[in-house]
Design a protein around this ligand. Sequence first.
Ligand SMILES: [Zn+2]
Length: 231
Amino acid sequence: MSKIISRKKKVENKQEEKEQSFRMILWLLVFVVLILAVMVILPLIQNRENKAEGYACTLAIRRAQDAVLVEFLSDPELTEQQAYVVVDQSKLAREDLCPSGGTYFLVPISGGSWRVTCGLHEEDTKLRTQINAAYVLETVQNQLAARRRSEMSIENDLIISLNGKALDVKLLAGDNGLRRGTDYSIDFDGVVSFFSLNAANEVNWFVYADANHAAVWKPSTGWSGDAYPKT
Ligand SMILES: [Zn+2]
């Protein structure tokens, strides 16, 4: 009798084990499906938001572009600085041109006028790298000049506001030199930028690279890198 009971128990135990492992597998499946769903859905939502912001940016840029064109027609001598003022005035109250915080730029076009564009949403990826790189270099040079004037030492990275975010422009010990310090992290969206200085604390090597292209600047040769055609 007891043998029969123990056999019955064994069978019950086995069945319970089977059910338990089945339940485990079921939970695992649910878990995997949930993770997959999140992995698929999140980028879709992000993509939609990005597209909406890109569209809003395009509209605002077009409005600014029209304002610049009208101004240019009445004054063909319109300077870059004046064009920037026109763009600023075209913004609606307390609203940036780009809803994603993109920095806007004026690119000279044939005929002497200016094209308004955004550092995030410019579709020509080479031009996008070029305008962002030129802006970062100019800001770095301005900040260095201000520090030289006030005789402040220059031994740190510079933080520059670009496209709505803070870009850490890293100071290297020399061309291709190792970075001072230890950490070497790549910044937002794969953007990385660094520079080195000569004895007079002027930039003698500057690099800006994003997910698409790189721009390199040296005082002797100017701009190069794959964002520029080879000369
Ligand atoms: Zn934009």
